[in-house]
Ligand binder design. Structure first.
Ligand code: GTP
Ligand code: MG
Length: 183
């Protein structure tokens, strides 16, 4: 039996939401990705390993159909977001690890999702573009420890990722499945 899991991506413009979805669903990366208008939808059916073991102590797995809503980060589309996160199983709230303002926006999205989404909605904060750190031409804008302790305080999950270098992208979806109640 398969299970549908609805995931919404939130975060300000340019942080790499569409790039993460594209990397996850099609294994591609476009260096000049176009800014999303309104929202975009993609789905992916995949076999996911579950946390629980079966009676013989073996790993169990389940077919999951991810329904992924990639929202537009430009301010003018902000009012559309509730339509997508309201009935979501998980919200991936993305920032760019080299951009402090984009991290500021994470806190606004967390507050909004916690207030208006379903109570069981899993919150994953994603620090994207880690390829830019350490010789990649960028500097970390917010200390990792600070982000980790904030995310812990809101009962979320923190994952660092690079859509460009294929780091952490599958982990976002793996962790969502592991945290979902009753899967
Ligand atoms: P909106 O649709 O406007 O909300 O933006 P978005 O969050 O969907 O960003 P998008 O995926 O369009 O990426 C913006 C820019 O960042 C593009 O030029 C991407 O190629 C680039 N980008 C995305 N992910 C990464 C990454 O992991 N590393 C690097 N270096 N660049 C990235
Ligand atoms: Mg986009």
């Amino acid at each position: 039996m398969s299970r549908e899991v609805k995931v919404v991506l939130l975060g300000t413009t340019g942080v790499g939401k569409s790039s993460l979805v594209l990397r996850y669903v099609t294994s591609q990366f476009h260096p000049h990705s176009e800014s999303t208008i309104g929202a975009a939808f993609m789905s992916k059916m995949t076999l996911m390993k579950l946390k629980c073991k079966d009676g013989d102590g073996q790993d169990t797995s389940k077919i999951v159909k991810f329904q992924i809503w990639d929202t537009a980060g430009q301010e003018k589309y902000a009012t559309l977001a509730p339509m997508y996160y309201r009935s979501s199983d998980a919200a991936a709230i993305v920032y760019d690890v080299t951009n402090a303002a984009s991290y500021g926006k994470v806190k606004e999205w967390v507050a909004e999702v916690r207030e208006n989404a379903e109570r069981h909605c899993v919150v994953v904060v994603v620090g994207n573009k880690v390829d830019l750190l350490g010789g990649g031409g960028g500097e970390r804008a917010v200390a990792k420890e600070e982000v980790e302790s904030y995310v812990r305080s809101i009962g979320g999950i923190y994952i660092e990722a690079s859509a460009k270098d294929k780091i952490g992208v599958g982990d976002i979806f793996q962790r969502i499945v592991e945290e979902l109640p009753g899967i």
